[in-house]
Write a protein that binds this ligand. Sequence first.
Ligand SMILES: Cc1ncc(COP(=O)(O)O)c(C=O)c1O
Length: 394
Amino acid sequence: MSSTATDFTARIGRIEISATMAINNEATVLRSQGVDLVDFGAGEPHFTTPEHIKQAGIEAIQKNFTKYTPVAGIKDLREAVVGRHKQDFGSNYTFDETIVTTGGKSALFNTFQVLVDHGDEVIIPVPYWVSFKDMVEFCGGKCCFVPTSAVDGFRLTAAMVEKAITPRTRIILLNSPNNPSGAVIAPEDLTAIVKLAAARGIYVMSDECYVYLDYSGRPFSLGSLTEYKNSLLLMGSLSKTYSMTGWRLGFALAPKPVIAQLTKLQSQSTSNPTSIVQKAGLVALTSSQQCVADMRTEYIQLRERIVTGLRAIPDVKCNMPQGAFYAFPDVSAVAARAGISTAELTTRLLREAHVVGVPGEAFGLPGHIRFSYATSAKEIDRGLERVRAFFASL
Ligand SMILES: Cc1ncc(COP(=O)(O)O)c(C=O)c1O
């Protein structure tokens, strides 16, 4: 008997392939046909992994550190995760309040699996990173979206969050610096949201994967609010901080009972993150952090370049990102002029002008396109010229 769509589970039917992946697939096809693309689509640093981190991975292989490790990760690495966090943010986690995971994505995915049941609600500010919605829906959870707006710098306040709380609210999900908007939530707003959640017995999940790419140079983690530790689920990643996207290493910092459940789930699914990657991660976290500062300095220069260029294009408005590496211009006037949606505009930008971006629709906020500026200044200039010429032609 041949299989049909009805042979699959209800839960897999609830989710869709990530929109960024769909765009990247089309870009890959065009590239294989020899098309010269400017790629503003990628959600990853353009830097290579720093040399000392690569060497640690190579050394781990040469020393045959190639067997299973404890499911939640080697103790040294878990201690390094909490040590780094304590030093940078004044948190007070112990090694058994952390688990290392196969990328930050797996920390997020598994935490939702452990805490969200059918009908439970998760509050998600818009715009949101593409995967949050599908991860919640995979558990049977319900997303309650809280709109924010470019005009207010995508500000999120406790009052906005409070309106979305119901008796079924389980988690408030925050992501600062934000993918796709580059907005940073002010520490006062973050603190007010945590207080509100703690008073109601709701968890705050903080996706801090871009925390070191806060351009203020004063990154803020919710983990510094130590008195609210029992209400916090911190999700971290080495992917963007150390330009290690392909290595797949992330972590969660959470109350011990949550970590115990995450460990149980990891023991029955992926088991430990790759042994040699853990050794590389250990060196990343415990050696000089100069590479992180250097990358941040370059992103700040690239941000100025792309935002200045975008603002010079007629009918394009662009906020100044305060972190991460994405510009999220409002191109609704261009789309309206052409009589098309921003999703169509992005597709035509790819097919006709050969520039890869991701439509705001993927992040719950039509009217925008996300352009990653994790690329060279030369590529930014080439891409901007193409965007300018293409928009002028509409
Ligand atoms: C907001 C956000 N969270 C989490 C992740 C997951 O990163 P990784 O699984 O590579 O650690 C990403 C990756 O793009 C992201 O943008």
